[in-house]
Design a protein around this ligand. Structure first.
Ligand SMILES: *Cc1c(COP(=O)(O)O)cnc(C)c1O
Length: 396
């Protein structure tokens, strides 16, 4: 006999009341205003699945913003990276090189495919992959006869890596570059080119915490239309062009749903304003904290303009008088979310056997770095409170 469903299952549950006072979060989603209208439009036109005009429109707008000629909307940034690893031909045992200072998603799909990650230290200015170290390591790898299948630099916290130098180092050995620009939408590099331009492939994320969001989503983009078309086929369960289901390989359900694409379409026009606001938030933190001994910020390298997705402050406990964990706890007790900078991947238990090149810079940045609330919906009063709380931690 079937058990009846509990009454609530069929009812629309009320949303829980908001916290009072609301905690100040690191980077919550910020509505642009047109989301509900765009979702209604796509639903009324009969489009719900990851198909039809809405994801295509999202891809077109993203192409205009970034300058990429081939764009595939995906279910997440991680899915975009996974598809990138597939179309670049990563096989079990292949090496995939990434900076140590990044989020686990940069390499997770490759590791799940059986690849071996090798973690390279970052440069102290900008905290991104060190092209000099990369060039040295590539020469050594060539001598070993084991070049990486792909090098995956990261645009860290919305600041572009030195992609031109990285691509030049890799071109010498014919190694493709896929850049993890997940958090860098709206950031630019040399010549004003958008983050991710110049690599073979670039991955973007529209996760809820990013500078603009689809509520979840991503994109894989580049100039090679055939490569991106191959990723598109894999994203749709690797169906061949037959009336019946024919598969020469296996794929994924990695398309972006029309509903989420509609949310993304409403958000993308706000990107420039969101970058301006995040940069303003960064500048305000610098103005409010930089005079304190032991406090530092990620410098903006000459080659790019960051979107300042998250402001990261470095706190040197000697001169400052408290370590970053102490400051984090003070903020947490006051209802303010902050987070240590990425724990370097070469220090993660999941990758304890992975080869590495250097790592001292990344390890030091993890010890000192704290990400501060940087959401564009934050008020000036909210930010003044964060600054006052941090100032209260400093040695008098
Ligand atoms: C957010 C992020 C990802 C993952 O994107 P999802 O859309 O959450 O899968 C990957 N790399 C970096 C650096 C990120 O910040």
């Amino acid at each position: 006999m079937a058990t009846p469903l509990p009454a609530a299952a069929g009812a629309i549950l009320p949303f829980p009341a908001r916290h009072s006072p609301a905690p100040l979060l690191l980077s919550p989603p910020h509505l642009a205003g047109g989301e509900a209208d765009r979702v209604r439009e796509t639903l009324e036109a009969g489009w719900l699945a990851p198909a039809g005009p809405t994801p295509l429109a999202f891809e077109a707008v993203l192409g205009t913003i970034t300058g990429h000629t081939a764009v595939l909307a995906t279910a997440s940034g991680t899915a975009a990276l996974h598809l990138g690893y597939r179309v670049l031909g990563v096989l079990p045992g292949d090496e995939v090189w990434a900076p140590s200072m990044t989020f686990v998603a940069t390499v997770a799909p490759a590791v799940q495919m059986g690849a071996v990650p090798r973690f390279l230290d970052v440069a102290g200015t900008g905290w991104t992959m060190d092209p000099g170290l990369l060039a040295e390591e590539l020469s050594k790898a060539a001598r070993r006869g084991r070049l990486p299948r792909v090098v995956v630099p990261v645009d860290l916290y919305g600041q572009c890596c030195d992609l031109d130098a990285i691509v030049a180092a890799c071109d010498r050995w014919g190694v493709p570059v896929m850049v993890d620009s997940a958090a860098a939408l709206g950031a630019t590099q040399r010549g004003g080119r958008h983050a991710g331009r110049g690599a073979r492939l670039a991955a973007y994320s529209f996760n809820g915490n990013k500078i603009v969001t689809a509520g979840g989503g991503g994109a894989l983009a580049g100039e090679d239309a055939a490569l991106v078309a191959r990723a598109r086929q894999l994203a749709g369960q690797a169906k061949e062009a037959w009336p019946h289901y024919e598969h020469e390989t296996t794929g994924y359900t990695y398309g972006l749903s029309s509903v989420l694409a509609a949310v993304g379409l409403a958000q993308l026009p706000a990107l420039a304003a969101r970058v301006a606001r995040r940069r303003e938030i960064f500048a305000r933190y610098v103005a409010g904290l930089a005079d304190l001994p032991g406090i530092g910020f990620i410098a903006e390298p000459a080659w790019g303009r960051a979107n300042r997705w998250l402001t990261v402050v470095t706190i040197d406990p000697g001169p400052f008088g408290m370590d970053r964990e102490g400051v984090r706890r003070v903020l947490q007790a006051a209802g303010v979310e902050s987070r240590p900078a990425w724990k370097p991947l070469h220090l993660q238990p999941a990758f304890r056997d992975a080869p590495q090149a250097g790592g001292a810079t990344a390890a030091a940045l993890f010890e000192l770095g704290l990400c501060l609330p940087s959401g564009t919906g934050m008020t000036e009063g909210d930010q003044a409170r964060v600054i006052d709380l941090i100032r209260s931690c400093a040695r008098p």
